[in-house]
Design a protein around this ligand. Structure first.
Ligand code: ATP
Length: 248
């Protein structure tokens, strides 16, 4: 596993440069947080990696070149993403959602379901995201946090090895945030995880490394402590160089 490598990535919308020469290296096993003010280009970066918007430069994941491929081909290479609003089938059960994501509903082995058995990939995903106890509940009745975890489970059954999560804890309660932070650690055990997040408390607790974006470019990168100490980051977030009391 070699992780994600982005080189000189550029996305232009009608002459507006949303992503401006981004270089990024996320090794396998990392939990990388990408932060930055509104409009910094974070979501567009993920859109480019997953083939949703046209980009120039290069993106490789586990030695596969991604740019220029269609969205479903990129997904098949093990790249999965979530959106700010969870996309689950509310009128189906948790298990049915996972079945559909895994393609089991079309598969001859869906006969297993008739006998009450659960494919091992689905059972594993249920355990990883902590939804085994609610597997027969309708997705529409799940708590907000559980829907986000189901969406992540749907990526796991598709065997995603690079997980791109767009603001996963937005709107979550404190206990859901804690559970999501623990989940990130489990996901990274044999995957690469990139998280876009605005929640600084969550970032301090669960990020392994941080990339700060501003105006389409990478402004700073390092551990949480390193980027927090970077005067350029403080200037972007505070609007001015920090005073002694703000640093303290
Ligand atoms: N399809 C589009 N057409 C034109 N401009 C776009 C498009 N998508 C994004 N932009 C612009 O590109 C810039 C980067 O947007 P993006 O959503 O990537 O930022 P972000 O860092 O994710 O911000 P936020 O934290 O608010 O989600 C913004 O100025 C946005 O208005």
């Amino acid at each position: 596993m070699s992780g994600l490598t982005v080189r000189d990535l550029r996305v232009v919308f009608d002459g507006f440069v949303a992503v401006d020469g981004v270089d990024l290296e996320v090794p396998a096993g990392d939990v990388r947080f990408v932060i930055g003010p509104n409009g910094a280009g974070k979501t567009t970066l993920i859109d480019a990696i997953t083939g949703l918007v046209r980009a120039t430069g290069s993106v490789t994941f586990d030695d596969h070149a991604l740019l220029g491929r269609k969205v479903h081909r990129i997904a098949r290479l093990g790249v999965g993403r979530t959106f700010q609003t969870a996309a689950v089938f509310e009128e189906l059960t948790v298990l049915q959602n996972l079945d559909i994501a895994a393609g089991w509903s079309r598969h001859p082995l869906s006969l297993l379901r008739a006998r009450g058995q659960v494919p091992s990939s689905v059972a594993e995903a249920l355990t990883t995201v902590g939804l085994s106890a609610v597997r027969d509940e309708l997705a529409g009745t799940l708590a907000h946090g559980q829907k986000q975890w189901l969406e992540i489970g749907m990526l796991l059954v598709q065997d995603a090895k690079l997980l791109l999560l767009d603001e996963p804890v937005a709107g979550m309660s404190q206990s859901e945030r804690d559970a999501t932070g623990d989940l990130l650690g489990r996901l990274a055990a044999d995957r690469t995880v990139l998280v876009i997040e605005h929640d600084m408390d969550f970032l301090r607790r669960f990020a392994r490394t941080v990339t700060v974006m501003h105006a389409g470019k990478v402004l700073s990168e390092g551990t949480v402590a390193e980027v927090q100490a970077d005067p350029r980051v403080q200037e972007v977030y505070l609007g001015h160089a920090p005073s002694a009391s703000e640093v303290a």
